[in-house]
Design a protein around this ligand. Structure first.
Ligand code: APR
Ligand code: PHB
Length: 389
């Protein structure tokens, strides 16, 4: 088989890139090692920047999001028993869209199917070859048969554990990493959200986040030790701990109900540089991971897709290489700013085991500054709604 671009990975990065390329008449094949339903079973964050919303529109995959997504003009920072609203719209003229990544992935999959895009699921041993030379190709196995796809470019959209980054010789890639000494215990439940906007809470017992998927589905998180076990947390224990970390008005308003998903995720910052190796491009989680505080993971994947799509479109349609050659540099400049923001919001909001009372006081001083200085609030808001591409 031959195509123009092989896309490894059918997560949001791969599907969005595939749809933009397909709309521009650029042939592509998406390969994923797991089944479609497995991908749709993953629970991830759900706050979209305007840029991400715009890319979904460009991909003609925004119809359901426009109907079901919840535009948010602000969010709350809760600390010291009180709640302080960050008015995103007043500070930046922009808002964010609350719409689950699972739904967004489903919309992109449906659109791909409707437009005749080729996706091969349950493709094992996917392997990029010869991307340093002029004739790249990708091999994979399906039902015991080995297949080969010749192509011009390979987009490594296969997440942190994927094969694309691992295929690059170690001497050609630099990685930067920070792990955090805690995780997030999260639950999903069909109960109305405690507030119509998100609440990020800093509390001496640890961070808590009240988020949502819809007017009747809530997503709640609490900071927990890295070695915590989900089995140790009944729903009642979880809600009791969440209440303790929220200002009283919210704690009293919390509506509880059985969770249907409960999991613990570690927090990590990670960047691989560069993001291009000959005709192989790394995109999204394959190149970088951010802790979820600030909800930047999916949005960063979208901005990578934007830069790579521009490069490939100019290459095929205008026969110019400037944008493609600038991919890694342009993407990384934005990546590092989001890595910095996610790290700083994580540092601001969590209880660090080594931080002690001094650490807590410094956090409270910064929170006080953020909620009483227009300049500080604007900077937070500008990063939260998403820096320009
Ligand atoms: N071969 C083929 N497919 C692979 C391989 C492989 N060796 N390894 C991983 N994959 C697939 C996974 O099965 C998955 O479907 O690649 C896909 C990667 O998807 P994601 O991990 O979702 O990564 P990405 O598309 O970059 O999404 C961006 O935003 O909110 C964040 O981390 C969150 O996933 C989210 C990310
Ligand atoms: C979520 O809804 O899962 C979510 C929202 C905001 C975050 C992280 C996760 O910062």
């Amino acid at each position: 088989m031959r195509t123009q671009v092989v896309i490894i990975g059918s997560g949001p990065s791969g599907l969005l890139l595939g749809q933009l390329l397909g709309n521009a008449g650029i042939d592509n094949v998406v390969l994923d090692r797991v089944a479609k339903n497995y991908i749709l079973g993953r629970v991830r964050a759900g706050v979209l920047e305007e840029g991400t919303v715009g890319l979904l529109k460009d991909a003609s995959a925004d119809m359901r999001m426009r109907e079901e997504g919840l535009p948010h003009d602000g969010f709350s920072l809760a600390f010291d028993g009180r709640d302080h609203r960050i008015d995103l719209f007043a500070l930046t003229g922009k808002r964010v869209m609350v719409y689950g990544q699972t739904e967004l992935t489903r919309d992109l999959m449906d659109r791909r199917e409707a437009t005749g895009g080729v996706s091969i699921y349950e493709a094992t041993n996917v392997m990029p070859h010869d991307f340093g030379g002029g004739r790249p190709y990708v091999t994979y196995e399906k039902d015991g048969v080995t297949h080969r796809i010749d192509c011009d470019f390979i987009a490594g959209c296969d997440g942190y554990h994927g094969i694309s980054r691992k295929s690059v010789p170690e001497r050609s890639i630099a990685t930067f990493e920070r792990t955090y000494p805690f995780g997030w215990l999260g639950v999903l439940a069909d109960v109305p959200p405690v507030s119509h906007e998100l609440i990020y809470a800093n509390h001496p017992r640890g961070f808590a986040l009240c988020s949502m998927r819809s007017a009747s589905r809530s997503r709640y998180y609490i900071q927990c030790p890295l070695d915590e076990k989900v089995e140790n947390w009944s729903d009642d224990c979880f809600y009791d701990e969440l209440r303790r970390r929220l200002p009283t008005t919210h704690a009293q308003a919390l509506v509880v109900g059985p969770s249907f998903e409960k999991s613990i995720a570690p927090l990590r910052s990670f960047v691989a540089e560069p993001m291009r190796f000959g005709s192989l491009f790394l995109v999204g989680d394959a190149a970088h991971i951010v802790p979820p505080t600030g909800a930047k993971g999916l949005n960063l994947a979208a901005s990578d897709v934007h830069y790579l799509f521009e490069g490939l479109r100019d290459h095929y349609l205008d026969h110019t290489q400037t944008a493609l050659d600038a991919y890694s540099e342009r993407a990384l400049r934005r990546v590092w700013k989001s890595v910095r923001f996610s790290w700083s919001m994580t540092t601001l909001m969590h209880r660090f085991p080594e931080g002690g009372d001094f650490g807590q006081k410094i956090q409270e001083a910064e929170l006080d500054y953020l909620t009483h200085s227009d300049a500080a609030a604007r900077s937070l808001a500008e990063n939260y709604v998403g820096l320009p591409y």
